[in-house]
Design a protein around this ligand. Sequence first.
Ligand code: ACO
Length: 326
Amino acid sequence: MKRARITGTGSYVPVKTLTNADLEKTLDTTEEWIQTRTGIRERRIAAEGELTSDLATKAAERALEMAGVAAEEIDYLVVGTITGDYPWPATACVVQKNLKAMNAAAFDVSAACSGFVYALDAAVKQLEVGSAKKALVIGAEVLSRHIDWEDRNTCVLFGDGAGAVVLEAQDGENGILSSHLHADGSYLELLYQPGFSTRYPASEEGLRDRLQYLKMQGNEVFKVAVRCLTEVALEALEANGLEAKDVDLFIPHQANRRILEATAKRVGFNEDQVFINVDRYGNTSGATIPIALDEANRAGRVKEGDLLLFDAFGGGFTWGAVLLRW
Ligand code: ACO
């Protein structure tokens, strides 16, 4: 069986930075509250007219360049997103058109903050069985247009951005070792965007009730997130006969610093093993892991043979871990 190996990474975040001090001017909040409760200092916000597909395309171009792969060589293109350009068709189709990746199957995965690991798993399986040879997997979000900027409980947490990886089917021991995905739809209303779609079609009443924006019960999400992130990370290690100390770099979903530090501690990682950039970008949902991976890779923190663990949790609830040998 071939292994799916990441041969290129790329990321892109919008130019505009929104700091906690900026939020303090428009919201009943303080820099200090946001910093201590979330570890977030600033986040990036897409410019007017800048789309999820624009961020995704730029991240993908960088990943393709690093891999030395031409867009037309890609035969499988998946975007993990919950903030696509349109309800349908898939943002992956827009990205395919932008890149001129005309030989690729293209579709989106909707798994909220777990979107990238779910999308990665789908592509990996295609490469392993030989149905595809070169895949592009992207996590991309413009959450800033789906959050209520008058709701201090949620708006301080999120940001916009995109990250991408090129995967190639190769012989050898290095590559994705295993992935472990879970979901529990009974938690749906703890974190979701009610409108507008078939459940709540667009209406005056819906706009008045602000159904077009993300809703969250933060306290409850926090508890379940830490439990699930911990359990699935341990599941991935155990399935491969490994322990926390064997992992060179743990890249958790960057939801907020308290969630990821609590998870890392429970799994048994020390500070040096954990990659954190939530302070600069906030929670970019499906984009956090590929952005973090690209930053770590370009900073030289990932070397051939290193063991990496991705760990994600998001709306649905969905969660999952991916273990790989670089
Ligand atoms: N500024 C000032 N005060 C605030 C703010 C704010 N931005 N937001 C909430 N508060 C207030 C609340 O109104 C509340 O006030 P009250 O006691 O007068 O009612 C008080 O702060 C405490 O609120 P809590 O919700 O109990 O605060 P908590 O310590 O739980 O922190 C937080 C809130 C940061 C949202 C936390 O629950 C959390 O991190 N939850 C996880 C949510 C998350 O990360 N979701 C992302 C999607 S899921 C994922 O990616 C894993």
